[in-house]
Design a protein around this ligand. Sequence first.
Ligand code: HEM
Length: 460
Amino acid sequence: MHLETGGSPPGNYFSGETAGRQPAQNAVIPTPEVRLSGLLSQLETDWRIHGDAFEIVMQGLRCVVAIHPADMRTVLTDPNYKDKGPLYRGVRLILGDGILTTSGAEWKTSRRAITPAFHPGQMNAMADTMAAIGENFVQDLRERPDLGRVDLRAEMTALTLDTIMATLFGNRIDPKQDGLLYETVTDAFNLAGSLGGNQAPSEEAQQKYTAVTGSLNAVAQRMIDSARKDEPDGSVLSMLIHSKDETGSYLDDQTIRNELLTLMFAGHETTALTLTWLFKMLENRPDITRRIQQEVQTVLAGQPPGFQDFPKLAYTRQVIDEVLRLRPVVSLIARTAEEKAKIHNFTIEPGDTVVPFIWATHRHPDFWDEPEVFNPDRFSAVNSAGRDRWSYLPFAAGSRICIGKGLALTELTIHTALLMHHFDVKVLPNNVAPEMHITLRPNGPVYAALSPRQTYRNNP
Ligand code: HEM
């Protein structure tokens, strides 16, 4: 079957302006339309002024922003908020209707088809694959002549794209050789934010959209065709090809394409950005860097990493948890209400959109001591006891919790351990700040000088 592009009309994703209609006790702040990249500072300011819930207008929609853990719990567990709604239009345009964007029966079919690929039992083999990919990556990197100035985000994206291709799709294509350069994927996400809306997209944006979706579709089709020829192999692609929907029919190529691209997108930019933020946050923290390196040295004890090492890298994992608190790469999500309800002191009408603002929940002073301080010790077992689970939501929660949470945490731990074991990473001075796109990206390149260290390989 011929693949078409995603299934929804173009729309600006998360462009915001403050609402005209505010609760009586709050002042109206007239703010011009802000694009997604300016949204983070606007929402932070609104939070400081208005408190744990406030109204804004995004994409012409009245939205209530929710921050308090009790409200996060309501929005993420109450079936009234099961629909993702119109703010996901831009993403749907690129990825089509798949597990990330649909709801109801359609979503259930997707989730049921994909879940077995993420079963904890699969993680053992996946971790070994990740470690092998990571090991190749660091060995190649050690040989590079340009280690004095490496673009961390580009390198981490290449690493995580290779990882997802190997762990989920059985290496059916080589991203470097098959036209799926990471720029294509990044371009596609950028386009999700710039196409459509109330204004007609520019000719340039339309041409780019056609080119980007064309190459994504071609790559997806090649992978599907290749997997169809083979026996079931336990990869997610193979599971999709052999699974049936609620009517008992096999999924068609368009549906498989949507799920495939969704997993590819959701599954590598998030981890690449988290690794980039991790090195940026360690920039002035030699104390934490040393502790990670000591732990890795002790745990690996002269051996390459494997699945059995994952639980032993407890401090490394705490650092990752803290990076995900201060730089939650999915900082903001959305749900649409089906029926009239209440969030905080706001009445929610049917069709209204509620926006859980994870970034702010992770900094809520009633739930976090010194919220802006980077302190991985807050995630030790002792310090985590009794924490409100709805105050920490980097992977969301409830039925729509990130399906890749286990995979992501395993991957982040293995790659962090390997990179820190092999290199001293010195981030080069550059004032980069987080900027909200669909994911939370640095607003400029993060360069680092890498110095190879003595390792189990060259110092047995
Ligand atoms: C640091 C890494 C990651 C973070 C912070 C993250 C975060 C999230 C969040 C917050 C959601 C909820 C989105 C919403 O409600 O709109 C989500 C959903 C999702 N994530 Fe992740 N994710 C990460 C890695 C991954 C990986 C590695 C994969 C796949 C291999 C993945 C696949 C998905 C999918 C398919 C969904 C939609 C699930 C559903 O609606 O049933 N994610 N993720």
